[in-house]
Ligand binder design. Structure first.
Ligand SMILES: [Zn+2]
Ligand SMILES: [Zn+2]
Length: 244
């Protein structure tokens, strides 16, 4: 499984970068986890849009879906000019499907997912768990035939469900929206220390912090997570490649 960080910012993208978007290529399939602001332009560095198989949306906040409608137009154009033959599969939490407003259903197929749902895209198995967020949000687990796993938390506050869902993941891609000094400021997101604690309690192989704030020294996030978790902690960056 090869994971490429397309965008790693919370809320809005830094200059020439993107908010949440993670490309997973496995067994010949290309799966995009979230499609935030700036993702579509950067995605094409790593995945021709003709080859994109599916998009999984953790929730409908703009920093996770802002580019999905431009991607719909891309599907329309590419299919009309014959460069693509199949619509794009878009998976979204069943509670949120009515918040999406696709105009061209011939080009985008929307599928409802939820906690307990299990789907297959190519050779990857995908499962989901509800997180603690101010709107319904799903964490995503991808499992390969060889048993290797990636868990992406989406947006979440601290909760046991995410720890359990992340148990023994090879890579935990975990939101880290705040510094430890801001603990308690927002219950719908994690501090870096909380992200580290989840990684430790879940016994993951490595933690990749993401969904960053636009202030402070991001290296401090890694330090704060490392105080809680003895394993490898890395900061996501646009263009980062992770191989499992
Ligand atoms: Zn977000
Ligand atoms: Zn959110």
């Amino acid at each position: 499984m090869d994971i490429t960080v397309i965008g790693c910012w919370g809320a809005y993208p830094e200059k020439n970068e993107a908010t949440s978007g993670y490309l997973v290529r496995t067994g010949g399939s290309s799966i995009l986890l979230d499609c935030g602001s700036g993702v579509l332009a950067r995605l094409q560095n790593d995945c021709p849009l003709e080859e994109l198989d599916a998009v999984v949306l953790t929730h409908t906040h703009a920093d996770h879906i802002a580019d999905i409608y431009s991607l719909e137009f891309a599907m329309l154009i590419l299919m009309q000019i014959g460069r693509r033959t199949r619509p794009l599969d878009v998976y979204v939490n069943g509670d949120e499907t009515d918040k999406l407003a696709f105009a061209y259903p011939d080009y985008v197929r929307v599928h409802s997912i939820g906690a307990g749902t299990e789907i297959r895209i190519g050779t990857a198995k995908l499962e989901f768990a509800e997180t603690v967020h101010d709107i319904p949000c799903l964490a995503v687990k991808l499992t390969l035939e060889d048993g290797k796993t990636l868990v992406y938390t989406g947006d979440t506050g601290y909760c046991d469900a995410v720890i359990e869902f992340s148990r023994s993941a090879d890579v935990l891609l975990i939101e880290s929206s705040f510094y430890d000094r801001q603990a308690g400021i927002m219950k719908w997101h994690l501090t870096a220390g909380e992200a580290g604690r989840i990684a430790a309690l879940a016994g993951v192989g490595q933690a990749v912090l993401t969904h960053f704030p636009h202030y402070g020294d991001l290296n401090q996030l890694a330090e704060e997570a490392s105080r809680q978790y003895a394993g490898l902690v890395r900061l996501a960056y646009c263009g980062m490649h992770i191989h499992i």
